[in-house]
Each structure stands twice: as structure tokens, then as C-alpha cells.
Design a protein around this ligand. Structure first.
Ligand code: AMP
Length: 316
């Protein structure tokens, strides 16, 4: 199935109605733009995050426990999605498109599986294909550039166990750092199936592949699995459990970031968009801490150290 021609106008209509009825929470926020070492950061207070439910502690595996997927579903806002937030009830047979109830930007939306599927399971080629179709349609129909993201594992910032991929429009003029990486600014060009790219000036492990017109689910799946194997190797080397990572994408690239903590020592939660420099604070106090520490120190704390390439002979 293709994305309907009126997808974005329907999304906007449902968004306006849900804000008016109080079914969706979004508040304009203070924002600050800065650049550190040639990387753009956009700091924002997203007060809706303060209302967002926190994951049930019972869901969090203890450090010593292996990661086991339980059949319990303690908190599932997508089964079924709230009717006031529903944009497409059947997309590509397997999915619904829903507005985020606690929007960090206007029209923040989600692709959710219609049947329960665990957020901790890897993305399937179908998930990636549907995601790319949606992001292309959103970009084309809105004239804004969107980023998609997937938080997986308890240290990734994920709060819902039902599989969901999120989408939001990037701030006008904002340039996520992978844009420069895929243009070869930090060394080399990507060779199919070879080591992913990165910006080695950043103090946290991350892996990037360009997409270059790749559209088929299997090809997207191959690129995603290249990043996943690097991610699993990093987590294994640093004994970071349970498996947690952020996965982000635009039309142009995939980015994966292994994670060792969901929040900083001060309790500032960092999810996937933090990895590309969109750092969200719940209020003034958190914003001040992020500014004082600097974004790189925050990302270094919740991510994993960059590994030396000769440290391992093989990936996971
Ligand atoms: P994550 O926290 O990464 O697992 O993403 C889950 C997202 O679902 C969060 O951004 C929440 O704001 C959003 N959310 C929570 N409850 C609902 C709901 N009832 N309807 C739509 N979105 C929700």
C-alpha cells in the first residue's frame, strides 16, 4: 500500500482536533540553538514530557537477570490506539498511524503494530519499509524534513513495550550530524556491506549507513542489521545489559547508538533524538544542567565509549 495523498492533511486535522479536545498534550517550549565542534544542537523544554507516564518498574529486568520477554503487557496505550489520536487504522495491513499523546513537537506521530509485538525485538524489513514510506510521504506532503526513531531496551528511553516507531519534523534549518558523515566529511565513503561510518570527534559510539535510494525492505533490513551487529558488539564489549539502543533514520541515512543508561546522573532522560542533538528538558532546571554540562558530556554519559577498531576481530 502507498501512503494516502491526504495523509499529512489528515494528520494535521486529527492533531488540531485532539489538541482542542484535550486528548493530546503539547505546549510551546523555550528553545536554544548552539553549535559545539561543528555539530548543531537544539535544546528545548518539552513540558509534555513531565506528563508522560514512566515505565513500570516491574518491567525493568534486574541487572543480573537475562533479558527475557515476558508475555505481560503492563502498559499498552496502542492496544487499541485512542480513537481521537488515530490517523490511519490500517497501513500496509500490519500497522496503525497514531499521534503521540505527549507530543514534543506539533504533529509528532507514531507507526504502531496492530498486533502486539515487543519493542525489544529487532525491526523487520516490513517495519523499515513502512517507516521509509511514511517519512517520504510526510516530507513531501508537509515540505518539512522528518526524522524517524526507535528506542529499544530499558536503557534507550523507551517507555512502551508495544512496538512503535516515532516521527517528528526537524526544526527549520537544523542539520543532524549524519548529514555530513555520509558526505565523507569525517574520512571515508561507505562501501556496501563494509564497516559503517561515524563522526570520530564525538565521544559516544554510533554507527551510520547512507541509504542512497535504497527502498526495498530486504535492502533496508540488510543495512539495519549491519548497524545492529556493530551495536551488539559494542554492548558486549562494554558489558552493557540489557540490550538497549536508539535507531534513527531520515530519507538519507540510518544511525544506531548503543546505550548504557536511560538518563543522566541528574535524572535527565535522553531518548533517540538526543543522539542527533535534539535534547529535551522537562523544565528550566534540566535545561540549565544540559547547558552547563554541555550536550557532548550528556551523550557520553548515556552512550558507550567509542571503541578502537582493532579492539575486536569480528562483530557479534
Ligand atoms: P517511548 O517512550 O520511546 O517508548 O515512546 C512511547 C511514546 O508513546 C511516548 O513518546 C509517549 O509520549 C507516547 N504515548 C504514551 N501514551 C500514549 C497514548 N495513549 N497514545 C499515543 N501515544 C502515547
Amino acid at each position: 500500500m502507498t501512503v494516502p495523498e491526504n495523509f499529512y492533511s489528515k494528520l494535521s486535522e486529527v492533531y488540531d482536533a485532539a489538541v482542542a479536545s484535550g486528548d493530546l498534550i503539547y505546549a510551546e517550549s523555550t528553545t536554544k540553538d548552539l553549535a559545539v565542534n561543528d555539530i548543531s544542537y537544539h535544546l528545548a523544554i518539552a513540558s509534555s514530557l513531565a506528563s508522560k507516564p514512566v515505565p513500570d518498574n516491574a518491567e525493568k529486568p534486574k541487572e543480573t537477570e537475562p533479558e527475557i520477554e515476558t508475555s505481560e503487557k503492563p502498559f499498552d496505550p496502542f492496544d487499541p490506539p485512542h480513537p481521537a489520536l488515530l490517523v490511519l487504522d490500517n497501513f500496509n495491513n500490519d500497522y496503525a498511524v497514531v499521534l503521540n499523546k505527549f507530543a514534543v513537537v506539533p504533529r509528532h506521530f507514531l507507526l504502531v503494530t496492530r498486533e502486539f509485538s515487543p519493542q525489544s525485538s529487532p525491526l523487520r524489513p516490513e517495519d523499515l519499509e513502512a517507516s521509509l514510506q511514511l517519512i517520504k510521504a510526510a516530507n513531501k506532503q508537509s515540505g518539512k524534513r522528518h526524522v524517524g526513531f526507535f528506542n529499544s531496551g530499558v536503557n534507550s528511553g523507551a517507555s512502551v513495550t508495544h512496538k512503535h516507531i516515532q516521527f517528528l519534523a526537524l526544526p527549520d534549518g537544523f542539520k543532524p550530524f549524519p548529514d555530513d558523515v555520509i558526505k565523507g566529511k569525517y574520512g571515508r565513503d561507505y562501501e556496501e556491506g563494509q564497516r559503517p561510518l561515524s563522526n570520530d570527534t564525538l565521544p559516544f559510539a554510533h554507527f551510520i549507513v547512507p541509504l542512497h535510494e535504497v527502498e526495498e525492505g530486504d535492502d533496508l533490513g540488510f543495512r539495519y542489521s549491519t548497524l545492529l551487529s556493530r551495536t551488539l558488539t559494542s554492548l558486549r564489549l562494554h558489558k552493557a545489559t540489557p540490550i538497549s539502543y536508539n535507531f534513527l533514520f531520515t530519507e538519507e541515512w540510518f544511525l544506531a547508538v548503543p546505550r548504557r543508561a536511560a538518563e543522566t546522573k541528574e535524572g535527565i532522560s535522553v531518548n533517540a533524538v538526543g543522539a542527533i542533538g535534539l535534547l529535551l528538558a522537562k523544565g528550566d532546571e534540566e535545561l540549565k544542567i544540559i547547558e552547563e554540562r554541555g550536550p557532548e558530556s550528556i551523550l557520553e554519559e548515556v552512550g558507550l565509549p567509542v571503541r578502537e577498531e582493532d579492539e575486536v576481530e569480528y562483530d557479534y
